[in-house]
Design a binder for this molecule. Structure first.
Ligand code: NAD
Length: 414
């Protein structure tokens, strides 16, 4: 049986700790989130009735700096999921060498069911309830599933109103007009594209016409489809919550985007054949890129995957059992904490720019992002080869060892 995302995250830590001989006293600290806050979010709906939603904010570890992590609006949000996502953020920030700890937040809500006014009230009330935990020196949220630039702008405004002056550095992934960074929107997808191309090259597989399947067509999936197409890949399958489409000769990214803009889903796109969602990941292809939610590659479908490479754009898409099956079948998994770290890297750049009130060009941002991803990719590969472990184990060991170093240098308080 597959466990929860939190169980999965803990198992990954425990396994890395065993391989690297982590000091048990440090391991003990890392197994728990530092703080967990649950909040009630009562809001007035448009019909004047009041409904209360539940939200969370979790800090996993802050040894290397203030904590950083997205905010998710999704009906499936639960505390275990938020804890897992916060732990992964801790290792991810360390893997790409940025001075942050890990955090995550979420609200149990389907944002598509709320009007824009309701969404704003929900966001502002949630931001007020987690106010004691966030701030540019404490914890800096960002968008995740179901949240976007506008949600970040409302959080920035709510925090700023409470301070009495504008504090752009309290969240990242903001619109450019309120201190967002050039290049932030596509940064996660840019990083995913970079590691996908690097992995194809490393495995001596041609990038040109490499067949790719992408699950999820949101802030990450949509630009990944475009960028990989630009690199010469054939995107043969794409799916989202509404359905999936397949075309062995390649789907048109521009056509998909236009269809999605109108229909709110890729389902029904005429440039491909409709397929059931559960068939998407099993399509004949070279690379599978889950870019939706966690726990989508499990012991039940890991045997069906026909790709040689899985690049985890989503957080936690592969369960522990599935990970072993993929490894035994010789399928390489490029882990989330490396593959999707481009987003948090550019979030860091945004925060630096906000604090300095000095903004960079998109070319500068992209060039720095590339350097960060290149360096992290090489470090993870070297660790994998040196220790003869999977890329996930290597990335986790790298992340955990950097956090452990900071933790031991600071010492355990009191
Ligand atoms: P999003 O809300 O913009 O898009 C999510 C996509 O997943 C949508 O296309 C949705 O239809 C699809 N989806 C949801 N449920 C599905 C299901 N059951 N089957 C198939 N598709 C489904 O979210 P996003 O920001 O693109 O995030 C996607 C993943 O990437 C998440 O795991 C997130 O944690 C991770 N991630 C995001 C960022 C970022 O910068 N946004 C950074 C790092 C990691």
């Amino acid at each position: 049986m597959s466990g929860s995302a939190w169980q999965q995250a803990r198992e990954q830590l425990d396994q890395a700790a065993r391989i690297m001989n982590l000091d048990p006293n440090v391991h003990e600290v890392f197994r728990y989130p530092k703080r967990t806050l649950e909040v009630a979010i009562p809001i007035k709906l448009d019909d004047d009735s009041v409904r209360t939603f539940t939200g969370y904010r979790v800090h996993h570890n802050t040894s290397r700096g203030p904590s950083k992590g997205g905010i998710r609006y999704h009906p499936g949000v639960n505390l275990d999921e938020v804890k897992a996502l916060a732990m992964w953020m801790t290792w991810k920030c360390a893997v790409v060498g940025i001075p942050y700890g890990g955090a995550k937040g979420g609200v149990i809500v389907d944002p598509k069911q709320l009007s824009r006014q309701e969404l704003e009230r929900l966001t502002r009330r949630y931001a007020s309830e987690i106010l004691p935990l966030i701030g540019p020196e404490r914890d800096i949220p960002a968008p995740d599933v179901g949240t976007d630039e506008q949600v970040m702008a409302w959080i920035m405004d709510t925090y700023s109103m409470n301070q009495g002056y504008s504090v752009p550095g309290v969240v990242t992934g903001k619109p450019l007009s309120v201190g967002g960074s050039a290049g932030r929107r596509a940064s996660t997808a840019r990083g995913v594209t970079y590691v996908t191309v690097a992995t194809l090259k490393h495995r001596a597989m041609p990038v040109d016409e490499a067949r790719v399947v992408v699950q999820g067509f949101g802030k990450v999936g949509e630009p990944v489809v475009q960028f990989l197409h630009d690199q010469g890949c054939l995107v043969v399958g794409v799916g989202d919550v509404g359905g999936a489409v397949h075309n062995p000769r390649g789907l048109s990214p521009v056509g998909l985007m236009a269809h999605n803009a109108e229909a709110g889903t890729v389902a029904g796109f005429e440039g491909g054949e409709a397929i059931p969602n559960e068939d998407l990941l099993a399509l004949e292809c070279d690379v599978v890129i889950p870019a939706a939610l966690e726990g989508v590659i499990t012991e039940d479908n890991a045997e069906d995957i026909r790709a040689r490479i899985v690049v985890e754009a989503a957080n936690g898409p592969t369960t522990t059992e599935a990970d072993e099956i993929l490894h035994d079948r010789g399928i390489q998994v490029v882990p989330d904490i490396l593959a999707n770290a481009g987003g948090v890297a550019v979030s860091y750049f945004e925060w630096v720019q906000d604090i300095q009130a000095y903004f960079w060009t998109e070319d500068e941002v992209n060039a720095r992002l590339r350097r960060v991803m290149e360096e992290a990719y090489i470090h993870v590969l070297e660790m994998a080869e040196e220790r003869k472990v999977t890329m996930r184990q290597a990335a986790t060991i790298l992340g955990v060892s950097r956090v452990a170093e900071a933790h031991t240098t600071r010492g355990l308080f009191p």
